[in-house]
Design a binder for this molecule. Structure first.
Ligand SMILES: O=C(O)CCC(=O)C(=O)O
Length: 245
């Protein structure tokens, strides 16, 4: 495993490492998530539709996301423990890490919606802003066309800003235009099996999917073992915190 360039990560607030996992490994995880997604969709209560469905796809019900796959699917639990990934996470955070929360982001072909710019540390309110890193695993190639991530370089070195949520979308916390106007965002395409790591303060967003191909990703939010979500903006189930090392 090549060492992560920590100087680059600390300066930019994010770094991409391609080739952490193989394409075949990603296909196996995706097949499992498709089964889980189908079952989840079939049982989805009407009151939860806005939270989980992709508003950008009108023709049919398509999932936008699923929460805590590390706790519900063995395939993702195995990724969370995988030494090829955990080695990089521990280079950033230090030895002794847990997954506190995780998400699958589906971005459906022809209309999967954008994710507005935000800082994970506003959502999580951790006890140490430097004690958390998100490992965003590309289950598909993630490109400019299908809605790759964009980052605000160096925003990890700035503060956590207040976020707002649009009416009826409490889950869609986002940075205000007055802050974003001053901040260019750079695209960060990732090849299938690659991992993009970002600091909890780093501004990030993703565009809509204009392509005919899926853009799916698994985000594992790692913390150093002593870190808690002390002031979260949304509810998180602390019982699902998974000690990895
Ligand atoms: O995949 C996306 O579109 C959003 C990812 C994200 O917000 C995250 O990993 O923290």
């Amino acid at each position: 495993m090549d060492a992560i360039d920590l100087g680059f990560f600390r300066h930019q607030g994010h770094i991409t490492i391609n080739g952490v996992f193989t394409g075949a490994e990603m296909d196996a995880v995706t097949r499992d998530l498709e089964q889980w997604g189908d079952a989840f969709l079939a049982d989805l209560a009407p009151g939860q539709r806005a939270w989980y469905l992709d508003g950008g796809v009108k023709a049919r019900a398509v999932l936008r996301k699923l929460d805590n796959p590390h706790a519900h699917r063995d395939a993702v639990g195995e990724l969370a423990h995988d030494g090829r990934l955990v080695g990089h996470v521990e280079s950033i955070l230090g030895v002794g890490v847990s997954v506190y929360f995780s998400q699958i982001f589906f971005k459906s072909p022809e209309g999967g919606g954008p994710k507005p710019a935000h800082q994970d540390n506003f959502y999580f309110g951790p006890t140490d802003i430097d004690g958390i890193v998100t490992a965003w695993i590309a289950l598909d190639d993630s490109t400019l066309e299908n809605g790759c991530l964009y980052f605000g370089d160096g925003t990890n070195l700035g503060p956590v800003y207040p976020h707002f949520a649009p009416e009826g979308e409490p889950f869609n916390l986002q940075l205000p235009g007055s802050v974003l106007d001053r901040q260019p965002m750079s695209p960060a395409p990732v090849r299938k099996g690659g991992v993009s790591f970002h600091h909890g303060n780093t501004f990030h967003q993703s565009g809509p999917n204009h392509s005919a191909r899926w853009r799916r990703a698994c985000a594992l939010h790692y913390v150093r073992n002593d870190v808690e979500f002390a002031a979260p903006a949304l509810p998180y189930d602390t019982a699902l915190k998974l000690r990895v090392t």
